[in-house]
Write a protein that binds this ligand. Structure first.
Ligand code: UD1
Ligand code: CA
Length: 454
């Protein structure tokens, strides 16, 4: 079997984006368009993956430097045929070449498998579609017997050809050996003065090669991004697909149109997600978790039966089972909450571990702390973790009780079972199982009178 080499054409400027950013770096679901196409290509396990870049090339390479692809420069955009030619030195003769466009990000592997199969059978596999508004696209020309005989670009098409509704999606697969020969013979004597990849179709037909067309599962798969309106439309389509796949896997969404997934979500059974939730990066949610409205979850793992109430932001954190978070809580990077932890409203937790059954229910800052199990942190407690130069840790042992309005000046240890009186500023370690309090003693001033206006 011949090896598969995928070539992604990504050199176009994207004039209609009116942007300093190359079009292929504009984001769909939080990731560059090109990254989506790369994912689809990689799912086919190709022997070679080539990206033809041009406009803003250094930026493109820098943003996707971790991808193991062969970068091919096309300094001048002289057409799709010219673009593909640049990649061919890296493609062996016995390979099958699959051409993808970086600005067509929703195409799915199923459609690509079909065109690939045609190429494996010695034909040219071409992905086409019948659309209501074919303007701007290349049109598929067929003979009386229905065989494809060529593609004519919109600008070069006659009025009669322009009435054809079957369009070229641009995606095709074919033998590298023949492609190389046909590319060498391309000419640019057309309306746009470009080397059209599409011209090879008529060449192939002349040589008796059959063109086999395949259609995408959905017309949405082949939509391209040319301007920001189309980008926004594709974003909605993408999000709708994410929402549907979550629902299919057992997640209830209050409104599938009001969920945004910008990354990967793995959710258990009977999860419910309310409206306007944004999930970014890698999000893993256990069984029976409920997420309230207007939450942002980024790179988090949430254990079974936990509840996240409205308006919470969780970033790079681990949340155990049966926890209750929010409303209005902020869980920052490096936080690990054990099971049954309660984090209430206006509580911020950063780079801290909190043991099972511990609670911080109101108006608290916990930063750089290691808190044991069954600790109660009173309202308005602050870990003073920063001395202006460095961060220091606060350690609180199991079963400690921190009264309201306490400042814990780190580095500091509150030993297990200790009780800290409300309103204390604690700057020395507090012993186990004892009440520690630091506050001015209360007095009532005798004979004091409130001044009166004269
Ligand atoms: C192309 C097809 C057309 C098809 C349409 C589908 C040709 C000649 N025409 O037209 O039949 O209906 O796509 O969207 O192939 N690119 C480069 N270098 C270049 C030119 C383009 O890398 O020199 C890349 C672009 O970045 C883009 C893709 O190739 O990803 C398509 O280029 P574009 O200019 O959009 O082609 P169309 O004129 O739309
Ligand atoms: Ca285009």
């Amino acid at each position: 079997m011949s090896s598969l080499h995928v070539v992604i054409l990504a050199a176009g400027q994207g004039k209609r984006m009116h942007s300093d950013l190359p079009k292929v770096l504009h984001r769909l679901a939080g990731r560059p368009l090109l990254a989506h196409v790369l994912d689809t290509a990689k799912a086919l396990n190709p022997a070679g993956l080539h990206v033809v870049y041009g406009h803003g090339g250094e930026q493109v390479r820098a943003q996707l430097e971790r991808e193991s692809v062969t970068w091919v420069a096309q300094p001048e955009q002289l057409g799709t045929g010219h673009a593909l030619t640049q990649a061919m030195p890296g493609v062996p003769d016995e390979a099958i070449v699959l051409v993808l466009y970086a600005d067509v990000p929703l195409v799915r592997a199923s459609a690509l498998e079909a065109v690939k199969a045609s190429a494996s059978a010695g034909k040219i596999g071409l992905l086409t579609a019948a659309v209501d508004a074919p303007d701007g696209y290349g049109r598929i020309l067929r003979d009386g017997g229905g065989q494809v005989v060529g593609i004519v670009e919109h600008g070069d098409a006659s009025p009669k050809q322009r009435a054809i509704r079957e369009i070229n999606t641009g995606i095709m697969a074919l033998s590298a050996k023949r492609l190389r020969i046909w590319l060498e013979r391309l000419r640019n004597d057309n309306r746009q003065g470009e080397y059209y990849l599409t011209d090879i179709i008529a060449r192939a037909v002349e040589e008796g090669i059959e063109i086999e067309t395949a259609f995408p599962d959905s017309l949405e798969d082949i939509l391209g991004v040319n301007d920001r309106i189309e980008l926004a439309r594709l974003e909605r389509i993408y999000q709708h697909r994410q929402a549907e796949s979550l629902m299919r896997a057992g997640v209830s969404l209050s409104d599938p149109a009001r969920l945004d997934v910008r990354g990967r979500v793995a959710a258990g059974r009977d999860v419910s997600i309310d409206v306007n939730v944004i999930m970014e990066g890698e999000v893993r949610i256990g069984d029976r978790v409920s997420i309230g409205p207007n939450c942002v979850l980024k790179d988090v793992e949430i254990g079974n039966d936990s509840e996240v109430f409205p308006y919470c932001i969780l970033d790079s954190a681990l949340v155990g089972a049966e926890c209750r978070i929010g409303p209005y809580a902020r869980i920052r990077p490096g936080t690990a909450l054990a099971d049954s932890v309660h984090i209430g409203n206006f509580v911020e937790v950063k780079a801290s571990t909190i043991g099972a059954g511990s609670k911080a229910n109101h108006l608290t800052y916990i930063g750089d702390a290691d808190i044991g199990a069954n600790v109660n942190v009173g309202a308005g407690t602050i870990t003073c973790n920063y001395d202006g130069a460095s961060k220091h840790r606060t350690v609180i042992g199991d079963g400690a009780f921190i009264g309201s309005g306490v400042e814990l000046v780190a580095p500091i240890t509150v030993h297990p079972g200790a009780t800290i009186g409300a309103g204390s500023t604690i700057s020395k370690d507090a012993p186990a199982d004892k009440l520690t309090v630091s506050r001015g003693s209360q007095q009532t001033v005798k004979g004091w009178k409130r001044p009166k206006k004269s």
